[in-house]
Design a protein around this ligand. Structure first.
Ligand SMILES: Nc1ncnc2c1ncn2[C@@H]1O[C@H](COP(=O)(O)OP(=O)(O)O)[C@@H](O)[C@H]1O
Ligand SMILES: [Mg+2]
Length: 161
């Protein structure tokens, strides 16, 4: 796990774009943090790295899933916040997305943790000031740990715990 502090929305987007540039088809990023932490903003930055205009990225709070077409890859943007039950998640056919050849990013994935793939990058966002956010990165599974390590190097963060 390692942490980065973002001091502005622009900085959060830059960090997210660095993450987006490292992702491959099939990867999944799980974003958690309270409302207003910056999860949707993070997705905008991440999408930019896939050549998806950030204006295309909107909160899927009510739709649960938005799909955007990047260069050579689809980005699946989930928001589990208003998801009522596991049944609803199954009805969406989430496995086809999570284990398919697109890139998935999930806001509030922690609400249904048992449905997240074992291989993933978790990013926890915490408000530490009006414009400040602490971003904690943890990689799970072989692929997730690899992504986390690449992000850490790219952002020149010293190894944490
Ligand atoms: N450093 C920062 N990183 C991300 N968002 C920030 C930051 N500072 C202020 N903000 C503001 O916080 C809000 C985050 O909103 P949003 O991305 O929709 O959050 P969430 O999806 O987590 O509910 C935006 O209005 C954004 O401008
Ligand atoms: Mg959001």
């Amino acid at each position: 796990m390692f942490e980065i502090t973002s001091h502005s929305p622009e900085e959060t987007k830059r960090i997210a774009a660095a993450v987006g540039g490292l992702l491959l088809p099939g990867d999944l990023v799980n974003l958690s943090g309270e409302l207003g932490a910056g999860k949707t903003l993070f997705v905008k930055g991440l999408a930019g790295a896939l050549d998806i205009p950030e204006e295309m990225v909107t909160s899927p709070t009510f739709s649960i899933l938005n799909e955007y077409e990047g260069t050579g890859v689809l980005l699946y943007h989930f928001d589990f916040y208003r998801l009522g039950s596991e049944r609803e998640l199954e009805n969406i056919g989430f496995q086809d997305y999570f284990y398919g050849s697109g890139i998935s990013v999930v806001e509030w994935g922690d609400l249904f943790p048992e449905h997240l793939p074992d291989d993933r990058l978790d990013v926890v966002m915490e408000k530490t000031g009006p414009q400040a956010r602490r971003l904690s990165f943890s990689g799970f599974g072989e692929r997730g740990r690899h992504i986390a390590e690449q992000v850490r190097r790219l952002l020149s963060v010293h190894p944490g715990h």
